[in-house]
Write a protein that binds this ligand. Structure first.
Ligand code: ZN
Length: 411
């Protein structure tokens, strides 16, 4: 009988020794009986998703964890567009956007329009499907203040700068978009986008939604800050390349976007919040359900990464313990024929509050998997495991080999 694989990804779980935890990492400090038991009865190691010391974003890291290579990366815009369920055509340029607030002089007051959550669909519809110089401009809201912009037409390029100034100090105007390569296509694209940004501002500031927000002393969402321009390259779905069925269970748009590109079935629900209040029983149930029809089931749990970004070791410990409980719930399913692997997309050390190039601990457990002489799942114990220190694509080919997807070399 063919095996199945579950890959549980604890976003940003890797860390460094924290003073607050007696110089242990959050993973060493946390009480994780389920993960430890899997490590004890399985094999483990450390993984550098790209290479030692190279920090990596959630999007590219998940691409590699699903079987792509670094050179397949299309940029953040196309991935977010895919996450929002938009299909890009060849030649489209996609951007990530924020609804933002500017004053009358176009100084940015708030990069996230007071973290607007409501009525963004109405605002998005007011600026969707506008034509400028023969270029069609599509716009769609995403979660909270986030949104997606697509330029569709002839002679466009993604080699243009961001309109998002990123850091606001005193009076900071939005950044006029510029060509980054000085070529005709990118100069044209920048011109179109600059025109659109001003046009969108005129339309947005007159929307009822914004007038009401101002009345209620909320910041109006009257401007768009764009970044991460990218074109969708012609990349093959991983599920077509290897000919297998896969599912992805996650809350975050970025992860879902990568999964959709890869050809995975997307499973998401409001009960999965991407935060510490996520419903782990529900998530575990979905994993077990998806195993029925899929060969490979990936799941992402976002909250360890969030706590790392906040620089809070004790909260990160809580997030990790919740991840351990989620694993415990999954293990209640029928695992007879199933390999379970645990990994992270990158480290997010509390001391750095950002992603780092520290390798992440991995483990593989299940029928046919060799045992190592280690006791726990953490950065330190896993460094003694039988998988050694490997690259992201080597880890994933190890998993896909259990699914018999990797061709034999030679004869
Ligand atoms: Zn992160």
């Amino acid at each position: 009988m063919k095996k199945k694989v579950i890959l549980a990804i604890a976003d940003g779980i890797g860390d460094r020794p924290c003073k607050e935890l007696g110089y242990m990492t959050p993973l060493e400090y946390a009480n994780t009986p389920n993960l430890d038991n899997l490590a004890k009865k399985g094999t483990s190691g450390l993984v550098d998703i790209i290479g030692p010391g190279i920090p990596i974003g959630t999007d590219l890291a998940h691409m590699i964890l699903f079987g792509y290579l670094q050179e397949d990366y299309p940029g953040r815009g196309p991935i977010e567009a895919s996450g929002a369920g938009l299909t890009l055509l060849p030649g489209d340029v996609a951007f990530r956007c924020n609804f933002a607030t500017v004053d009358n002089n176009l100084n940015v007051i708030d990069r996230r329009a007071g973290r607007i959550r409501k009525n963004t669909k109405t605002l998005a519809e007011s600026i969707n499907n506008i034509q400028i110089n023969g270029v069609q401009i599509l716009f769609k809201e995403a979660t909270e203040h986030r949104s997606i912009l697509i330029l569709r037409g002839q002679g466009l390029s993604a080699n243009i700068s961001d309109s998002d100034p990123k850091v606001i100090k005193g009076d900071t105007k939005y950044k006029k978009v510029k060509s980054t390569d000085g070529l005709e296509d990118s100069i044209f694209t920048a011109k179109i986008l600059n025109k659109f940004l001003l046009k969108a501002h005129e339309i947005l500031k007159n929307q009822e939604v914004n007038k009401t927000r101002i009345k209620n002393k909320l910041l109006p969402a009257n401007f768009l800050l764009t970044r991460g321009a990218g074109m969708m390259p012609d990349i093959e779905k991983i599920t077509n390349k290897f000919r297998f069925k896969a599912s992805c269970i996650a809350a975050e748009g970025t992860v879902l976007g990568v999964a959709r590109l890869a050809g995975f079935k997307i499973v998401t629900d409001k009960k999965m919040t991407g935060n510490i209040d996520t419903d782990i029983d529900f998530k575990a149930k979905k994993v077990i359900e998806e195993l029925e029809n899929s060969d490979f089931v990936a799941l992402n749990m976002k909250c360890p990464d969030l706590m790392g970004h906040e620089g809070k070791p004790k909260l990160k410990v809580k997030a990790i313990e919740l991840f351990d409980k989620l694993i415990g719930e999954i293990l209640k399913g029928n695992m007879e024929n199933t390999i379970i692997a645990v990994a992270a997309d990158h480290s997010t050390p509390c001391e750095k509050e950002e992603h780092s190039g520290d390798p992440v601990p991995i483990l593989i457990n299940g029928p046919g998997v060799r045992k190592n002489r280690i006791e726990k799942y953490n950065e330190i114990d896993c460094s003694h495991g039988g998988l050694g220190r490997i690259k992201g694509h080597e880890f994933i080919s190890t998993l896909y080999d259990y699914l018999e997807l990797i061709k034999k070399e030679g004869n």
